[in-house]
Design a protein around this ligand. Structure first.
Ligand SMILES: [Fe+2]
Length: 409
């Protein structure tokens, strides 16, 4: 960490520690977190569903019950099945493979290695991620009606009211162009240790984050509501390749193949309040005054057994999902990609999150649109620009009316 940031951290920690009895707050929180983690771990061991699941048809028809909504809010994640027809997602999978092959992606990658070190500090290294953003299947998945309906449902799980008006418009969503994962069966080297995105040390230091987490920092963690949107679009993150500049109500992906436990895919800690543990843990006496349990600028915020042993037992795999199913998680939800893919099929996904209309997202969408028109990598990502001369890349002619709106074009 550079000296300036180290000083910020030191100052912010001293301030937060002076405001409340962080030791007492953490002690009471810890009991609650251990209890919740135990509930999750035991349910998962019995083979019960811990990650809420629902069918896209119920979202489309407005048939999701309040009980299910409450469950999603408590768990901080959800599987929504059948957002796309299975056959359509399978076709996309083949099409992306062709696109990469036809344009010699792997050979070009070797030439450009080393531009993206976002995951550099996480123990397991880099996953099988492809730096392409504008293949036709990716663009089609982002602009699909069913995807827009799904995102509207998810955005509306938030309480959008803020002190100066609504924090975002839950009914209008921008496209956030992200990469794609294609993970080979048998792969052992490309996992991701448990982490959360959308800020590391900023979560303690940034004034907007301090307001979002105010009840936690005041020691009243039970009063914290992860779904209050106020100030969420006003956080400022350290600029770095592959740190998301948009506010996402949910991170997410769409499955292109069948994948589940043991297939080297996603695990989650399905406790939406677990962020309280991460925040208060770093303020305890056994963490150095200028340290936040290893948080590093411009990197994912790692969560590990040394500091966060109370919540780690709750790290559970997603259930098996198929092509066209989607998985979604709150920006504070801890997630990981298993170290080993023990299955027999590729575990492939297209990353599509929910990023609703607000000033922050609009500003990014405009910069992103310029990159799209040239086929460059979006502004958040390492400027690999693989697709500039790729054959078969999506262009503005491939955008629907909705797609143009989502791209600010
Ligand atoms: Fe992540």
């Amino acid at each position: 960490m550079d000296e300036v940031i180290r000083d910020f951290v030191k100052e912010a920690k001293a301030d937060l520690r002076a405001r409340t009895d962080v030791k007492a707050a953490f002690a009471s929180l810890r009991d609650e977190m251990r209890r919740e983690a135990d509930v999750v771990a035991k349910a998962a061991a019995r083979g019960e569903t811990v990650i809420p699941e629902l069918a896209f048809a119920d979202v489309r028809d407005g048939k999701v019950s309040d009980a299910t909504r409450a469950q999603i809010r408590a768990r901080g994640c959800v599987v929504i099945r059948g957002v796309f027809e299975r056959s359509r997602a399978e076709d996309w999978n083949g099409e992306i493979g062709d696109y990469l092959e036809r344009n010699n992606y792997l050979e070009r990658l070797q030439e450009k290695a080393g531009l993206d070190n976002y995951f550099g500090e996480l123990k397991s290294g880099k996953p099988q991620i492809y730096g392409i953003y504008w293949s036709r299947p990716q663009v089609e998945a982002r602009q699909a009606r069913s995807m827009a309906e799904t995102k509207r449902f998810l955005n509306r799980l938030w309480d959008v009211r803020g002190p100066t008006g609504d924090e975002f418009d839950p009914d209008v969503d921008y496209a956030y162009a992200d990469r794609t994962r294609r993970r080979e069966p048998g792969d052992t080297s490309l996992g991701l240790s448990p982490h959360m995105d959308a800020g590391s040390y900023e979560r303690w230091v940034d004034p907007a984050f301090q307001r979002i987490y105010a009840p936690i920092f005041a020691g009243d963690w039970a009063a914290y509501d992860p779904w209050k949107a106020a100030f969420r679009t006003q956080t400022r993150e350290y600029a770095s390749p592959a740190v998301c500049s948009m506010f996402r109500t949910f991170q997410g992906w769409t499955g292109l193949t069948t994948q589940g436990p043991d297939d080297g895919t996603l695990s989650l800690i399905p406790i939406s309040r677990a962020i309280s543990h991460v925040l208060l843990r770093a303020l305890q006496d056994d963490v150095a005054p200028d340290d936040l349990c290893g948080a590093k600028p411009g990197r994912a915020l790692g969560v590990d057994a040394r500091w966060h042993g109370d919540i780690m037992p709750a790290l559970v795999s997603i259930p098996e999902v198929g092509p066209g199913d989607t998985v979604w998680w709150h920006p504070d939800t801890v997630h990981a990609v298993a170290d080993e893919h023990k299955g027999h099929e590729y575990a492939n996904v297209i990353y599509v999150g929910a990023s609703p209309k607000c000033a922050k997202n609009e500003a990014y969408a405009q910069r992103q649109a310029a990159a799209f028109l040239d086929g460059r990598s979006p502004p958040d990502f390492a400027p690999e620009d693989f697709e500039v001369d790729f054959e078969g890349r999506a262009t503005v002619d491939d955008l629907s009316e909705l797609g143009r709106q989502q791209m600010c074009l």
